[in-house]
Ligand binder design. Structure first.
Ligand code: ZN
Length: 544
């Protein structure tokens, strides 16, 4: 149609006009606060940081006054289980706040009443370390209140699970068997051999819970990404059990995708390692990066593998209990998988919590050719032999740690492993001093996606009981933020795309509700108020 379109004709955009101009900002990036106070975005990328950028303003430019608050790169969370846990996060029963047996039972009984007859009660987040009694839960607790529903409720760390009698039966676990798998444990009454309902680590392979549908995953993933954005997280290193990578691949086909992922796949053998190389990626959005190995269990489940026995094992564990090491760590299987990954130019990230497991994974890595440039990581690196700390720097192995775990575990760690070993735990500062590149993540859904509480703990040493614990490992705010932004991006080969605000990088940034104080005193309550991914504003539903 021709005619009068003069005043409605699209005005040719000025060549260098900005799409977004942020003014009055305190811009933090790459380890420091800049003197510049303006940031300009065009075509989804940062194009300018400086002052006097008003000259590039056009009528179409979105101008945002940051009011002197901090503007940071979108948070890069190195270690999440978003796809694996989104259904539980979005729809499962939440037991994080439970501190007593009666509360636990009430939650289960309420859920049993809501669900149709026979449907599984699924969820988790409980921790006996948070119960006043410290008594671990058992099937007897929930049999009485779960009615005809099988129930499977994972501990907060996902390394153990509580089943009721109906679920034990469906999973084929009786007083006669099966025997404990290597690297796993079915807790049993010492006299009757009846299972208590608790399964730890590799014994979880016996649990037969129903598979969520693809539609469940799609819906739950969007809700979980909302939560990530709400906390300021715009990229994550997601650990995925195949074939669940299909959930991310489907998401990445959406025109409104606004979350970036580097993916690390759980593997079982050399073939599954090589298969990771063939997963198609989308540069900048979805990057299959490497493989994830498990060396041991967790501190909370007392299954992290320690040189010396636990000071206080769980009641069902023997006195001389060191935790569990996964068989691949010592039977040569991991060595083969690591070599195959190196050959395929894949990264290796390995879960190791106990001091012995950390030692062993450093040994396994140390034989890899050209190790320094490969950016291999140790996930958690939580309890270390003092002599192993320097090896991270020497070998160029990246400790990928979760500062929130220091806050959450801090109140009970010394009672579990004693005060001497606690001194080389959560060794943020010593690791940085060793020359290692320290990076941070949440380990969602083991804990919240909120990075601010963990950053505050890393800076102040203040833990969840309000006390300051091991302040000698405190690091500066700049170091803690780097671990969650530029260095996190480096640990996934994404440092030229995200994690820092520089011309040419993707315009993923957040504006906080405050200016952060260098002593960390106002960090834990920080809230992102505006979130941008690729230069597009993310609207985050308010949480009720
Ligand atoms: Zn994890």
């Amino acid at each position: 149609m021709f005619g009068f379109f003069g005043s409605f004709a699209p005005v040719a955009r000025q060549n260098n006009a900005l799409d977004i101009l942020v003014i009055h900002a305190k811009i933090w990036t790459d380890g420091h606060l800049m003197t510049a106070n303006q940031l300009g975005v065009r075509d989804g990328k940062i194009v300018a940081i400086g002052s006097g950028l008003e000259s590039r303003k056009a009528p179409s430019t979105l101008v945002i006054d940051a009011n002197g608050h901090w503007v940071l790169p979108g948070i890069v969370d190195c270690h999440t289980h978003i796809v694996e846990s989104c259904v539980k996060f979005a729809f499962g029963l939440k037991l994080e706040s439970v501190t007593s047996k009666s509360e636990f039972q009430k939650k289960i009984s309420d859920q049993a009443k809501l669900l149709p007859l026979g449907q599984w009660i699924l969820g988790g987040g409980w921790s006996a370390d948070r119960f006043h009694s410290k008594e671990p839960p058992s099937k007897a607790w929930i049999d009485a209140v779960s009615g005809d529903h099988p129930a499977a409720l994972s501990r907060m760390d996902g390394h153990s699970i509580l089943l009721n009698s109906a679920a034990l039966k469906l999973s084929g676990i009786t007083k006669d068997g099966p025997p404990d798998p290597d690297g796993g444990r079915i807790e049993r009454d010492s006299i009757t051999h009846e299972p208590t309902g608790i399964l730890a680590d590799r014994a979880l392979i016996f649990v037969r819970t129903p598979q969520p549908s693809s539609a469940d995953y799609d819906k739950a993933l969007l809700l979980t990404i909302d939560e990530a954005h709400r906390q300021g997280v715009t990229t994550s290193g997601d650990i995925v059990r195949r074939p669940l990578d299909f959930v991310w691949r489907k998401y990445m086909e959406r025109p409104d995708r606004n979350f970036r992922v580097a993916m690390f796949c759980r593997v079982t053998d050399v073939n599954s390692v090589r298969a990771v190389k063939n997963i198609p990626g989308i540069p900048g959005w979805f990057e299959p990066r490497g493989i994830k190995l498990f060396m041991d269990g967790s501190m909370g489940s007392r299954s992290a593998f320690m040189d010396d026995p636990y000071t206080t094992p769980l009641p069902s564990q023997p006195q001389d209990w060191h935790g569990l090491e996964y068989p691949g760590a010592r039977n040569g299987a991991y060595k083969e998988m690591i070599d195959a990954a190196a050959e395929e130019q894949l990264q290796v990230v390995s879960h190791a919590i106990g001091d012995r497991s950390n030692h062993d994974i450093l040994d396994l890595y140390s034989h890899v050719e050209g190790l320094k440039s490969r950016r291999f990581r140790v996930e958690h690196a939580q309890h270390l032999r003092p002599a192993d700390i320097a090896r991270f720097g020497e070998l160029g192995v990246i400790p990928s740690m979760q500062p929130f775990h220091k806050s959450d575990d801090g109140p009970y760690v010394e009672s579990v492993i004693g005060s001497v070993r606690a001194k080389s735990s959560y060794a943020f500062r010593s690791l940085l001093n060793s020359g290692a590149k320290l990076v941070f993540g949440s380990d969602f859904d083991v804990v919240t996606l909120n990075p601010w509480v963990g950053i505050a703990t890393a800076v102040t040493g203040r833990i969840s009981n309000g006390k300051v614990w091991m302040p000698e490992q405190n690091i500066s705010l700049d170091q803690a933020l780097s671990a969650y932004t530029c260095d996190a991006a480096y640990s996934m080969f994404m440092e030229n795309e995200v994690g820092s605000l520089q011309p040419g990088h993707l315009a993923d940034f957040i504006i906080l509700d405050r200016a952060l104080k260098p002593d960390g005193s106002n960090v834990s309550g920080a809230k992102p108020v505006r979130i941008f991914v690729g230069g597009k504003e993310v609207s985050v539903p308010i949480k009720k």
